[in-house]
Write a protein that binds this ligand. Sequence first.
Ligand SMILES: N[C@@H](CCC[C@H](N)C(=O)O)C(=O)O
Length: 311
Amino acid sequence: MSDSVWLMLPGRFLQLDRREGKGGIDAIHPQGMKFTKMHGLGNDFVVVAAATLPEGTAELAQAVCDRHLGVGADGLVFILPAESGDCAMRIFNADGSEAEQCGNAVRCVARYYFERISKARRELVVETRAGLQRVWLENDGLVRVDMGYPILEGKAIPTTLDEDTVVDQQVEVKGETFHITAVSMGNPHAVIFVEDAAHFPVEEWGPLLETHSLFPQKTNVEFVTVHSPSELEMRVWERGVGQTLACGTGACASVVAAVLTGRANRTARVHLKGGDLDIDWRPADNRVYMTGGAEVVFEGEYYPFSSRFGK
Ligand SMILES: N[C@@H](CCC[C@H](N)C(=O)O)C(=O)O
C-alpha cells in the first residue's frame, strides 16, 4: 500500500500522506475513486475515505456494488469527517438506498481507522445516522461495538403492526403464517423464529416481507433458529441488498427478539453463514454490544464514468 493518497477538492486534486498522524484519506476524483474492499463475516463493502460525500451516491453505489459490472459488494461505505466523534460513516445499500446503520460496516470502518488513520488508537467514536457508536479494538484483533439500545416501539421501528411493542405477532403473508418480532437497531428488523434456518427458503419469503406494507420504510428480515439459550443460527434477507452472508444489526436484533420471547439469554453467539458474532444485551445500560471480525480484502481504483484507457 502506498503512503500517499488523493483527496478530491472541487476542481483539483490534493495528494495527502497517510502515514501515522498525516491524514488517512482515500480518493475520489473525476476519473477514478480509490477504495478498499473489506468484509465483516462475508458481508462485503467498498470502503472509501473522503473529505465530503460525492454527488450521485445512489447511482454510484448501484454501479460499484454490481457483481458483474462493478467491484461487487453488498454496500458502499464512506468514512467522512465527523461533527462529533472521530469519524463519520455513511452506508449505501447495493440498490442505492441509504441505511441508518450497519454493524458489519462499522467494524470495517474501525479496522480501517485503527490501521490507516491512527495505529496508536484502540478506541474510537463513529458518527452514524443512527447516532454515535463507541468501538474498541480487542487484543485478539476482533472489534467490539456499542450498538446502542434497541428500539421496540412499533411506530418508531417503523411498523404499522402495533404502536406498542411487536413481539411474536402473527402475520399472514400469501397464505403463510409468520410470527414477527420487530426491533430497530437504528434500522428496522423483522425477526422470525423458524425450525431450521439453514434450510429455510429465505429467497422466497425475504423479498415479500422486506417490502410488506406493514413496514413503511421496508425492513431487514432475519430467520432464526435457537439451538440453545446462548446459541442462535441466523439467515438474513437485507433491505436493499438481498440475502447476505451476515448482518451485524440483524444479529443484535435477533438476540433482543430471542430474549423478549423467552428463547435465549442476553449473552449469546449468533452463527451466520459467514461466521460468528458475539452479542451481549446488557441489563445495566440496556445497550447491545457486538463483537466480531473485520478484514481487508484488496485495494483498487474504480472508474465510474469513463474507461481508464479510453478517455
Ligand atoms: N449488513 C448490515 C446492515 C446494512 C443495512 C441494511 N441493509 C438496511 O438497509 O438497514 C449490518 O451488518 O448491520
